[in-house]
Design a protein around this ligand. Sequence first.
Ligand SMILES: NC(=O)c1ccc[n+]([C@@H]2O[C@H](COP(=O)([O-])OP(=O)(O)OC[C@H]3O[C@@H](n4cnc5c(N)ncnc54)[C@H](OP(=O)(O)O)[C@@H]3O)[C@@H](O)[C@H]2O)c1
Length: 229
Amino acid sequence: MSVPIEGRVTLKVATSLDGKIALANGKSQWITNALSRQCVHHIRAEHDVIVTGVGTVLSDDPQLNVRGLEGSDQPARAVIDTHGRTPLDAKIFSSAESPCYLFTGPLQAERRADYEARGAVVIECPIQEGRVSLTTVVERLRERGMDAIMIEAGGALAASGLKTGLVTHIEWFRAPIILGGDGLNVIADLGLVEIAQAAHFQRVQSQAAGSDLWESYIYQDTPSCSQDL
Ligand SMILES: NC(=O)c1ccc[n+]([C@@H]2O[C@H](COP(=O)([O-])OP(=O)(O)OC[C@H]3O[C@@H](n4cnc5c(N)ncnc54)[C@H](OP(=O)(O)O)[C@@H]3O)[C@@H](O)[C@H]2O)c1
């Protein structure tokens, strides 16, 4: 099945076999192997912007740029950070090759100026249910011409992507390790009460990435698998 890259919201996750992204103590580097991570750079290069949450910035301090692909375009980066908790020396601000957007709630003028001095484009948004809404972020990115959006975040933002129905594609890298029930879940609570409420995805690609497995999924509006026995 071929779907145009424009208009995509791709959720990329890298997990253990049992769907964990980190140990209970927060340690997460590296769950998947070097080949999987190389594939992720190719996927990033196909998108206009890589979106993450402040939780990931605080725990991993990622750059979220494309590395190891000569001549590749660099996607923009975006952090969703309601209260301006992103450290001013975060590595995400250090790459001058593409803009870094910071989506926040109302910020003090001084804090905003500090971020702008680091090169960030600060976009203050209304707060809904205590947070910046991911739907608003996607709208604001699309207004700026960024249609192919990739989410690389922890369980909280991944859950928001699914709850809001924004996620159209999933790129799932799975390492053959088990982290156990005390590990961090790849998707935070969704509050479902019926299986029928679960979002359905169709697997469109599955291949080995060394000892890891890389699967690609597309959102399926009218699932047929519930009929399978
Ligand atoms: N294996 C992987 O694929 C992968 C990828 C990335 C991260 N991680 C791991 O994920 C863990 C961090 O998880 P996390 O859940 O804290 O990180 P996250 O999803 O990146 O960030 C969550 C934070 O984003 C902010 N936020 C703002 N608006 C939001 C919205 N609409 N929905 C959800 N969050 C919103 C919230 O903080 P405010 O309320 O302060 O705004 C929230 O606490 C780390 O251990 C990291 O290593 C794993």
